[in-house]
Design a protein around this ligand. Structure first.
Ligand SMILES: [Zn+2]
Length: 269
């Protein structure tokens, strides 16, 4: 299985795209979040992913840097369904508040011809906390991260041989998520900025964490591979090296700070 980072930045970035990614296996794709708009199409194109092959989508929460790219996906998919150029069905998973929002917005935003596919071939699927679904033929468990801002879900995907990939969304881990995050082979976690620059970027005011925080957490949870995303973009050229040199002091597994469009092989043992 491959993880393709489409975007790695926080909501306000201009030097990269907002955090969203694709999991790929056997030419099947699972898109997680859409970033803030039409840029999703550019990122997919540059990643060499044919968006018409995307049939499984998950939206973590309703913030515009995650949701609005999904509206673009819905628009494109319905438009191409109408032209007989998109085959099969689409499933968009999210908690009830998000599916309700998409269900309310899209008929008003799409043409009548496009909107006819909503609920018929494009399905909005509300998932509950701890609900399991089969996606890319793997068990995925969605879970409530208990955000104090907007209700948000993360997910845990089984990778086989008891290994798992856990995505904590775009807020710091809390103990509700322990059963999923602990001993993950892959942990995807936000890090707004370096700990050494917390005074500049004020991550805690925004309910985010630093590289050091995320690395200490992953060390404590015995994670094997830690991937940091949803960062600031003020020094994007050196982000990877700066974040890595801070993080390696606190985390002794494999630390990844991907750039947009970077591809990671999620090899299994
Ligand atoms: Zn966000």
């Amino acid at each position: 299985m491959k993880l393709i980072m489409l975007g790695t930045g926080n909501a306000l970035v201009t030097e990269c795209y907002n955090t969203c990614f694709v999991l790929e296996e056997n030419r099947e794709y699972f898109l997680v979040d859409g970033g803030g708009g039409n840029g999703i199409l550019r990122q997919l194109k540059d990643a060499g992913i044919n968006w018409k092959k995307i049939h499984e989508i998950f939206v973590t929460h309703k913030h515009v840097d995650h949701l609005l790219g999904i509206i673009w996906m819905v628009r494109m998919i319905c438009q191409y369904m109408n032209q007989n150029q998109y085959q099969g069905e689409t499933r968009i998973y999210a908690h009830e508040e998000v599916t309700a929002l998409i269900r309310e917005m899209t008929p008003k935003l799409l043409t009548e011809k496009e909107a006819q596919f909503l609920g018929k071939r494009l399905h909005l699927i509300s998932v509950e906390d701890k609900e399991e679904r089969l996606i890319l033929e793997r068990k995925v468990t969605f879970f409530d991260i208990h955000s104090k801002k907007a209700k948000q879900f993360g997910f845990c995907m089984e990778l086989g041989k008891g290994q798992k990939l856990t995505c904590c969304g775009d807020e710091p881990y809390n103990d509700w998520e322990e059963a999923y995050a602990k001993e993950s082979r892959w942990l995807l976690h936000e890090a707004f900025c370096l700990h050494s620059q917390a005074e500049v970027f004020k991550p805690y005011e925004k309910h985010h964490s630093t590289v050091k925080d995320a690395c200490e957490l992953a060390e404590r949870l015995k994670v094997k591979n830690l991937l940091l995303y949803h960062t600031e973009d003020k020094n994007i050229r050196n982000r990877k090296s700066c974040y890595f040199s801070e993080g390696k002091n606190y985390f002794h597994g494999n630390l990844y700070i991907p750039d947009d469009l970077e591809v990671l092989e999620l090899e299994e043992e």
